[in-house]
Design a protein around this ligand. Structure first.
Ligand SMILES: C[S@@+](CC[C@H](N)C(=O)[O-])C[C@H]1O[C@@H](n2cnc3c(N)ncnc32)[C@H](O)[C@@H]1O
Length: 424
């Protein structure tokens, strides 16, 4: 049943645009010229900012909402994906496209930008052929403009992705969190293990002490996880694309991979990597010190248990306390080192590098201190600090976060890039 079954479909605006707020005017002018049957005034539009903070789903025309809210099904005559949406050709984006396709009325259309085959290969984006293969039917390309119009025919393709889980549980998450929170209130450390269930990395103790546990529940509660969930789930789109690319570039294709994400939040990235059809991931572990993140990870693990099988695990501990019982092929720190005291960050990076198998890779992505950041400015690394922290392990190679492209050191500057060091 559609999430809003019961309310009349007449209430839904006829078109939906997914993109960035700053681009909407330019994009819609272009779309109106490209699709002559599209009347921007008669069709009432919704803007879904990818960076939108609102978790709800806006019902009134012209409203803006989050790209990560669960949409009603078969309600829009046209859904337009803006060219500013960063859609890599991966399961996360497949789940997004499938969700949008499901929101189109039968006979209506989904409008998706694409690039040439060569650019798609180089940057990890969608080509026309890849889109048509994914949906299982052809589309049309008005005006040779790199935009595919796909008429809604059958059922949307089903994809295993954390994003699909997220859409499916969006409405029930606050209630689920409230329930977990009430169960977590006043529990002893011993109870945390039972609460987190079978996803816990079995050989790891929960290294969080009772004082920290109380702090975590009070100051960094589940509501704050809900507040950042769009950020956490949204980032998986490009982070999984880049980590997948790096894994295939540096590691032997036939090797069953062991991946570990330090400071990995609710484990969405670790889970998403385990779901990549072109990688064989044997084990994917998230380490995070927040109980609230662990509880969210448990909801996700419950929802994706069949697809994840026994391959996903969570360790509730500080990176500085984590002891590696195994070797890994890929270990990442993504917006994570900066939140640790610098001594802990150095120690955690060093022990991670030690735990890599020969040929394995350390991947670090941290926002670089810049006056444009207000939040967490004091915690951020300068380029020099981050390079000095990584220098004991070797010379990094650099990858953009906007495309699967390596760039030389001279072009990195102040950009927040993926820094990759392979263990010899
Ligand atoms: C900005 S979030 C990044 C989450 C995730 N890596 C991502 O990119 O979406 C920072 C995470 O680091 C975790 N964290 C902070 N200090 C930590 C520590 N000392 N050890 C492990 N995790 C830590 C926080 O709980 C939080 O989940």
């Amino acid at each position: 049943m559609p999430p809003h079954a019961g309310s009349s479909q007449r209430h839904y605006p006829s078109a939906l645009y997914l993109g960035q707020p700053g681009a909407v005017d330019r994009e819609l002018d272009w779309i109106v010229r490209l699709l002559p049957d599209f009347d921007a005034d008669a069709n009432r539009l919704l803007l879904f900012a990818q960076s939108g903070a609102s978790g709800g789903w806006p019902l009134s025309a012209g409203d803006a909402g989050s790209a990560y809210c669960a949409l009603p099904q078969e309600c829009f005559g046209r859904v337009i994906v803006g060219t500013t949406c960063r859609l890599f050709r991966n399961p996360w984006s497949q789940a997004m496209l499938s969700h949008l396709y499901a929101a189109v009325r039968p006979g209506g259309s989904l409008v998706v930008p694409f690039v040439s085959e060569a650019e798609a290969q180089r940057k990890g984006y969608w080509s026309r052929t890849a889109l048509e293969q994914f949906f299982g039917h052809g589309g049309r390309e008005p005006g040779d403009q790199g935009v595919l119009v796909l008429t809604r025919e059958g059922a949307p393709p089903v994809v295993d992705s954390t994003l699909r889980w997220h859409f499916g549980h969006r409405g029930s998450l606050p209630a689920a969190h409230a329930e977990l929170r009430s169960r977590a209130g006043g529990i002893e450390l011993a109870g945390v293990r039972a609460l987190l269930g079978p996803m816990l990395l079995s050989e790891e103790p929960i290294a969080i002490d009772e004082l920290t546990l109380a702090d975590v529940l009070e100051s960094e509660g589940l509501e704050s996880v809900l507040a950042v969930e769009d950020y956490l789930i949204g980032g998986v789109g490009y982070k999984s694309a880049l980590l997948n690319h790096i894994a295939r570039r540096y590691l032997p294709p036939d090797r069953p991979l062991r991946f570990l994400d330090q400071g990995g939040g609710a484990g969405f990235l670790a889970a998403e990597l385990a779901l990549q059809p072109d990688l064989t991931v044997q084990r994917s572990v998230c380490v995070d010190a927040s109980l609230a993140m662990a509880l969210t990870a448990r909801r996700m693990h419950d929802g994706l248990r069949r697809a994840l099988a026994d391959r996903f695990a969570f360790s509730l501990t500080r990176a500085g306390n984590f002891t590696y019982a195994d070797q890994y092929d890929l270990i990442s720190f993504i917006s994570a080192l900066m939140y640790m005291p610098r001594d802990e960050a150095r120690d955690a990076a060093s022990r991670a590098f030690e735990a890599l198998r020969p040929g394995g890779v350390l991947i670090v992505h941290e926002n670089i201190k810049s006056p444009s950041y207000k939040r967490d400015y004091d915690l951020m690394f300068t380029v020099e600090e981050l390079e000095a922290l990584l220098s004991p392990f070797g010379t990094p190679e650099y990858y953009l976060s906007t495309a699967t492209i390596e760039i030389p050191r001279e072009q990195v500057g102040q950009r927040s890039v993926f820094r990759v060091i392979q263990k010899q």
